[in-house]
Design a protein around this ligand. Structure first.
Ligand code: HEM
Length: 319
């Protein structure tokens, strides 16, 4: 075979096989479950009436899922000794995830309309977008077509950022999964514009951390007194707690980031994240546009596609 033909075939094959996310598409379910978006939205619109945090809970779960073996629903599996599954749920970063019931409710609604079609990994990705838009954030077309894993990776949860990580560690964890350690890091951290955190995740900063505004530190000291209950919740965004907006970034400019990791994006001397925080504080449109792209980057982390994995009937168990 002439070498140029050979080259053409190799090129074609690499385009076809290359990039495991090449098969994700917003229209993936258009022939098999055309109402997928409205079904997921319907469940979330109902749920948010009783739980303003539902969007925050689901996007956090999507992030923790994608950080371990990619966006494959591995986070959702319960312990299952018979199938060798040691759940990712029983680890410090995941013990406080509260999205499992809402994922089950969405799955039930989807199974009623299109049984065996929509993956649990896609429920997390699509639910995140809808949760963000219900809180006043951007709307975007979510690439779909992920399949669910048949395994969990409990040890892999050490790759999920901890609120005690220093700035270098934070950047390393983003780089390790293939996310950008400046733009993606700053934009995705903006999800802390809604939702809550426990005293145990930030109380070590009270009265000791010089990058914490003294007045804010006093307020936090009242919410989380020394020796008090570490599970007490407070708002991640102290200015507009439940709205998806860019106030997270103005908080950082005012030394009112709640987590040490949040504040480090602005307060680390010479860091390349500082100018990005300033950009997003100055323009909510810039934040929203970048956030959408970074969410797509997050959702593209090593999805299972084609014949890999499965479509779980129950998000908590392999089929
Ligand atoms: C950059 C590193 C990150 C660290 C260290 C971190 C850490 C944390 C911690 C400690 C909490 C509080 C958990 C609790 O006390 O229950 C939290 C909550 C939350 N995180 Fe993150 N996070 C990070 C990035 C992200 C990203 C990238 C997203 C989404 C794109 C996200 C979304 C959320 C949301 C929405 C909540 C509130 C959840 C709720 O109200 O239940 N986080 N995060």
């Amino acid at each position: 075979m002439p070498s140029f033909q050979m080259t053409a075939i190799v090129l074609l094959l690499s385009v076809m096989l290359g990039g495991s996310n090449a098969q994700l598409s917003p229209t993936f379910y258009s022939n098999t479950c055309s109402d997928v978006v409205s079904i997921v939205r319907g469940v979330l619109e109902q749920a948010v009436q009783n739980d303003i945090r539902v969007g925050a809970k689901i996007i956090r779960a999507h992030f923790h899922d994608c950080m371990v073996n990619g966006c494959d629903g591995s986070l959702l599996l319960d312990d299952d000794a018979a199938n060798g599954i040691v759940s990712e749920k029983d680890t410090p970063p995941n013990e406080t995830i509260e999205a499992f019931q809402i994922v089950d409710d969405i799955k039930t609604a989807l199974e009623n309309s299109c049984p065996g079609v929509v993956s649990c990994a896609d429920i997390l990705a699509l639910g995140s977008q809808i949760g963000v838009s219900l809180a006043g954030g951007p709307t975007w077309q979510v690439p779909l077509g992920r399949r669910d894993s048949r395994t969990a990776n409990q040890a892999g949860t050490s790759g999920i950022p901890s609120p005690l990580d220093d700035f270098d560690e934070l950047q390393r964890k983003f780089r390790d999964v293939g996310l950008d350690d400046s733009t993606d890091l700053v934009a995705l951290s903006g999800a802390h514009t809604f939702g809550r955190a426990r005293c145990s995740t930030f109380s070590h900063r009270i009265g000791t951390d010089t990058t914490l505004d003294p007045t804010f530190s006093q307020v936090l000291g009242q919410i989380c007194p020394e020796g008090g209950n570490g599970d007490v919740l407070t708002n991640l965004d102290s200015s507009t707690a439940d709205d998806f907006d860019n106030n997270y970034y103005t908080n950082l400019q005012n030394n009112r980031g709640l987590l040490q990791t949040d504040q480090s994006l602005f307060s680390t001397a010479g860091a390349n994240t500082v100018s990005i925080v300033n950009r997003f504080a100055n323009s909510q449109t810039d934040f929203f546009d970048t956030f959408v792209q970074s969410m797509i980057n997050l959702g593209n982390l090593s999805p299972l596609t084609g014949n890999n994995g499965e479509i779980r009937a129950n998000c908590r168990r392999i089929n």
